[in-house]
Design a protein around this ligand. Structure first.
Ligand code: 6GU
Length: 269
């Protein structure tokens, strides 16, 4: 999969893609990232990429011409084959795991890193096929958001994580068990059936005691059925406390419902 990033800060990405999932995905040949300097698509002496907003107001707006030229330059290199052109901006649709899954289905994606002040609307209108925000908070530009999106996609590509199963077994992962209610899955555009939808249970490793802090006895017991039940209970409890709205979408069995009843009665878990 190839990502073309269009940015006014190309050197921002100098080290991000040299580590972890990015590095592995590139090493196994599943990921290529090309960073393009928007200023290379200007033709004035100052390499101007922005200008003052029509109608007045604070801040600067990214001009349309360099962005159109930059994206058209990508097209020329791809034999005119269509690929998504994503604008990263706070006005975009909210990025979630199923959006990562959707992007992972493409072999090429272009990303335009917007600036907080804005991008000329004709870019969004005529050039961009998808606008994405990584959350309801303000970033100065789309560069960090692009790295977030690419990492979440890269780890889904085949052969990138040693264990092919592991990305699908954690919070928010998609297929595997049958935890999501079918109607909840249907409500997520592009989501495959199945999915877990609970937050992860707590993990511990050695030593079993550190500064008086101990590992729950059950995890040291070797009793796999007890461990499975404890973990399920912890997942439900953490989800209930921190993200209760996620429970609406999860299929709960009789044991799960008893856990929830205990929690609602305020009984310790
Ligand atoms: Cl994609 N861009 C900016 N500038 N701010 C954001 C964002 C993106 N996502 C959340 N906040």
């Amino acid at each position: 999969m190839t990502f073309d990033i269009i940015t006014i800060f190309p050197s921002f990405f100098a080290s991000v893609f040299e580590h972890g999932v990015f590095k592995r995905a590139r090493a196994v040949g599943q990921l290529e990232i090309r960073v393009h300097d928007l200023r290379d698509f200007t033709d004035d002496r100052h390499r101007t990429v922005d200008d003052r907003p029509f109608g007045g107001g604070p801040g600067m707006v990214l001009k349309p011409e360099p962005l159109f030229l930059a994206v058209e330059d990508l097209n020329a290199g791809s034999g005119a084959k269509a690929f998504p052109v994503v604008l990263l901006s706070p006005q975009g649709r909210l990025f979630r795991q199923e959006v990562a899954e959707e992007l992972a289905g493409h072999d090429r994606v272009a990303m335009i890193c917007g600036r907080y002040e804005g991008v000329d609307e004709r870019v969004a209108q005529a050039l961009v096929t998808d606008e994405i925000s990584i959350g309801d908070y303000v970033l100065a530009g789309g560069e960090l958001a692009a790295a977030v999106v690419i990492e979440s996609v890269a780890r889904l590509l085949p052969g990138v994580l040693g264990n092919e199963e592991s990305p699908r077994q954690e919070s928010f992962s998609l297929p595997s068990g049958a935890d999501l209610k079918p109607e909840a899955v249907a409500a997520i555009p592009g989501a495959p059936p199945g999915g877990r939808g609970l937050l992860d249970f707590p993990q511990y490793t050695r030593p079993p005691e550190y500064r008086g802090l101990t590992v729950p006895e059950v995890l040291l017991s070797g009793n796999h059925e007890e461990i499975r039940r404890w973990r399920r209970r912890e997942s439900i409890a953490k989800t209930w406390r921190r993200r209760p709205e996620l429970l609406q979408q999860v299929v709960l069995d009789q044991d799960d419902l008893e856990v929830l009843e205990d929690l609602q009665r305020g009984e310790p878990d």
